[in-house]
Design a protein. Structure first.
Length: 92
């Protein structure tokens, strides 16, 4: 995940997801949710929710669709917050 901040506002975000749809994809609704806004924990949760709604996980021998969808929600929010912290520290 890449987040670029300008004066503490998200100017650019890229969120790519794999193993939760027929092919890897960019969660563009989630990306757009962050654009031109100050990233907060609440906003990260909203973007993660959008990413989960964009995903199309399936049940198979490696896991259930419901588990994968919940994982998208949790890990996307965590990744947004971590990328934001790194960007604020100049790491991105």
């Amino acid at each position: 995940m890449v987040i670029r901040l300008a004066e503490d506002v998200c100017g650019d975000a890229r969120i790519a997801l794999g193993s939760v749809a027929p092919t890897a994809f960019r969660a563009k609704r989630a990306e757009n949710r962050l654009k031109d806004k100050k990233i907060t924990e609440e906003l990260a949760g909203e973007a993660a929710q959008a990413a989960m709604e964009e995903s199309r996980p399936i049940d198979d021998i490696r896991g259930y669709a419901e588990y994968r969808a919940k994982t998208v929600l949790d890990i996307t929010k965590q990744a947004i917050m971590e990328a934001t912290r790194e960007a604020r520290l100049g790491g991105v």
